[in-house]
Design a protein around this ligand. Structure first.
Ligand SMILES: [Fe+2]
Length: 157
């Protein structure tokens, strides 16, 4: 059934495409954070093991919200690992088991990359696609990533 919420079909498609990229990025970052939760070792093992758990739980909530936002715009949400990796702008590094500091650096780089994409997407949704709701939603999501990035950065300073 077609939506009648004051946003054109063309714009709804574009917003859904943009949200699909974000969803895929979130999935890759979620899996990477879980991977590091499992594989971290060394002096601060328990500290980082718990830190990563807290962050992947945050990411899991975000993933659900992004996926359901796509549904609210009347579009199908991708839900296979194949599609997530194909649509993600973040890269996975199979077979790599970095040291603690490199784990923190890699996660921070991914959060910063996501924040940069989200900032551009907020403007795109508000200015060009006339979707204030998604712009607001993505602003909140960007702030969550800014908090996670801040915490990771503190370990590296
Ligand atoms: Fe665990």
């Amino acid at each position: 059934m077609k939506l009648s919420i004051g946003i054109s079909e063309k714009n709804l498609n574009q917003v859904a495409t943009l949200l699909t990229s974000t969803l895929s990025d979130e999935m890759v970052l979620y899996v990477k954070t879980r991977n590091f939760h499992w594989n971290v070792s060394g002096e601060s093992f328990m500290e980082l093991h718990k830190l990563f758990e807290g962050q992947y739980n945050e990411l899991e909530k975000a993933i659900d919200e992004v996926a359901e936002r796509i549904g609210k715009l009347g579009r199908n949400t991708i839900g296979t690992m194949k599609e997530f990796t194909e649509n993600s702008r973040l890269k996975e590094t199979p077979g790599s088991y970095p040291a603690q500091k490199d784990m923190l650096k890699q996660l921070l780089a991914d959060h910063e990359s996501l924040i940069t994409h989200l900032r551009a997407d907020v403007d795109e949704c508000a200015d060009n696609l006339k979707d204030a709701g998604t712009a607001d939603f993505l602003t909140g999501l960007m702030e969550k990533h800014e908090t996670m990035a801040w915490i990771l950065r503190r370990y590296l300073n």
